[in-house]
Design a protein around this ligand. Structure first.
Ligand SMILES: Nc1ncnc2c1ncn2[C@@H]1O[C@H](COP(=O)(O)OP(=O)(O)OP(=O)(O)O)[C@@H](O)[C@H]1O
Length: 263
């Protein structure tokens, strides 16, 4: 086990994190400790601030205020140490489109400082488990959305990071590819590594994660083991609606012009 990992350790420590875009407060003072070795979901509706938070946590976006530590290293003061320990699959990741899938992994592995033979071995295994072996020589520009997510994930896992951050990894992914991705992530966390992923799909988070942080309007509304956050509610979705005080909108008179009948 590397430092910072192990039972009871904290993988990510966030303190007083803020981000504003002009008048818009995207992240409004977040404090969060994410435990190591867990499958962690950051959930919240569209615009809650999940992407902004993950971008700041992974060193892609500078916070207005606050600190982030990963495995004991400050993201903004010690970026090289942090980048060696994390893998990131950001939303809308830009890939090198004119490389084939295998070339992309070879390039990423060499950038990470891995020896060529090790990169080859790991790339072959990742392409195989992610069901991309048949497309390994195809250019990335010709990959489908699901294939792009999978090759991006392979690139993020190649150096065997301690913590893997994924922004909406299942968005636009078909059920078969989703199951493949899921299998790889479960295998990865079962060996003690940490996954942090964002999603607005509560059912998905509920079925995958053992620890969740619920975000709305730039703040953390609840966090902890899944069962604790769900509390007495039958589903995470229900618990979330109660947490943010949302009420089902009446379908009564609104939009009464919509549907069949009179035009
Ligand atoms: N570059 C930007 N410039 C201005 N406002 C931004 C920018 N990025 C995000 N925002 C705003 O910050 C808030 C949080 O956005 P963010 O993308 O972090 O939410 P999210 O929870 O990831 O949403 P989604 O699930 O829709 O991706 C939103 O109100 C959004 O409009």
């Amino acid at each position: 086990m590397t430092e910072g990992a192990g039972a009871g350790a904290t993988a990510v420590r966030v303190q007083g994190l803020w981000k504003r875009y002009g008048e818009q407060v995207a992240v409004a003072g977040i404090d969060l400790e994410l435990p190591a070795g867990r499958f962690i979901g950051l959930v919240g509706p569209n615009g809650a601030g999940k992407t902004t938070t993950l971008s700041m946590v992974t060193g892609l976006l500078r916070p207005d205020q606050g600190t982030v530590e990963i495995a004991g290293h400050d993201v903004w003061h010690d970026p090289v140490a942090v980048k060696a320990r994390i893998g990131v699959l950001p939303e809308g990741l830009r890939l090198f489109e004119r490389l084939s899938g295998r070339e992309l992994l070879a390039y990423t592995g060499r950038l990470r400082g891995l020896p060529g033979t090790e990169v080859d071995k790991r790339a072959t295994q990742l392409l195989d488990v992610l069901d991309l072996a048949g497309a390994q020589h195809k250019l990335v520009v010709d990959y489908s959305t699901g294939m792009r997510k999978k090759i991006g994930m392979a690139a993020a896992l190649l150096h065997n990071p301690e913590v893997l951050f994924l922004d909406e990894p299942f968005e636009g992914v078909d059920p078969v590819s989703a199951q493949t991705i899921r299998g790889v992530l479960e295998r990865y966390t079962s060996s003690g590594a940490t996954v942090v992923f964002s999603s607005h799909v509560m059912e998905l988070v509920e079925s995958l994660c053992d620890w969740v942080a619920v975000m709305a309007a730039g703040r953390i509304r609840a966090h902890g083991p899944l069962a604790e956050v769900r509390g007495g509610a039958p589903t995470l979705q229900q618990a979330f609606l109660e947490l943010v005080g949302a009420r089902a909108r009446s379908a009564g008179t609104d939009l009464d012009w919509l549907g069949g009948g009179a035009r």
